[in-house]
Design a protein around this ligand. Structure first.
Ligand SMILES: *[C@@H]1O[C@H](CO)[C@@H](O)[C@H](O)[C@H]1NC(C)=O
Ligand SMILES: *[C@@H]1O[C@H](CO)[C@@H](O)[C@H](O)[C@H]1NC(C)=O
Length: 203
């Protein structure tokens, strides 16, 4: 069986790849040439530290982003905020669930405080992002605020994750939470890179 399997393998692979390609195309009813926004998102994301996550988190918003450096930065902040909020809710739920030791709950509550700061900082950044290009707004000042807050959010996330370092936390829960927080930190880092990119193009 071995020889014939391996001799058919390349053909099988090609068939699978074409099938996947065809299904992708047909399910999204995309035109053959890539959407300009999809290309724009790819190019913009290549300047971030986590380009794959950047593309996957933003490509569903391609219609909104178009090819605007401002809108991609704004959308990245929105996506990061939504993810941080969802993780917060999940953690509150988890900390209330049965079988949590007091030490675990304590570690989670510390982390939740940092996450809540993160959410505030992202909200404020999004608020100022919306004021850019308003009459009389100072681009440099708004940008500097946004960069400061998003950097602070990044620090808070890493503090939150560090809180799980001790032996207090159950291994599986710790791993899950760390991954969730890491995901938020990576989204935040990407958003900051896109903000810096926008600032340098605009300025
Ligand atoms: C970001 O979220 C706000 C509030 O939900 C929404 O009004 C705005 O259209 C979003 N902007 C972008 C660029 O995603
Ligand atoms: C949190 O718990 C509530 C009530 O038990 C539930 O409805 C909700 O889906 C949970 N949310 C998450 C993100 O786990």
């Amino acid at each position: 069986m071995g020889a014939s399997f391996y001799s058919h393998f390349p053909k099988l692979l090609v068939t699978l790849i074409s099938l996947t390609f065809f299904l992708n195309l047909s399910s999204a009813a995309r035109p053959i040439s890539p959407h300009p926004s999809t290309e724009f998102i790819k190019t913009s994301c290549s300047s971030t530290t986590y380009p794959k996550l950047c593309i996957s988190s933003l490509s569903t918003h391609a219609n909104l982003i178009q090819t605007s450096p401002k809108l991609i930065a704004h959308t990245a902040l929105n996506v990061t905020l939504a993810t941080a909020k969802a993780t917060s809710v999940m953690m509150v739920n988890l900390s209330k669930s049965q079988g949590m030791k007091p030490k675990e709950v304590e570690a989670m509550q510390d982390c939740l405080e940092e996450l809540s700061d993160t959410v505030d900082e992202l909200r404020k950044s999004i608020g100022e992002m919306g004021q850019i290009n308003n009459k009389g707004s100072d681009f440099g000042m708004l940008m500097s605020d946004i960069q400061t807050w998003v950097s602070a959010a990044l620090t808070d996330e890493s503090t939150c994750s560090d809180g799980f370092g001790g032996k207090a936390m159950n291994g599986k829960v710790k791993t899950t939470l760390r991954l969730k927080i890491m995901n938020i930190a990576h989204l935040t880092s990407n958003a900051l890179a896109l903000i810096n990119r926008y600032a340098s193009i605009h300025g």
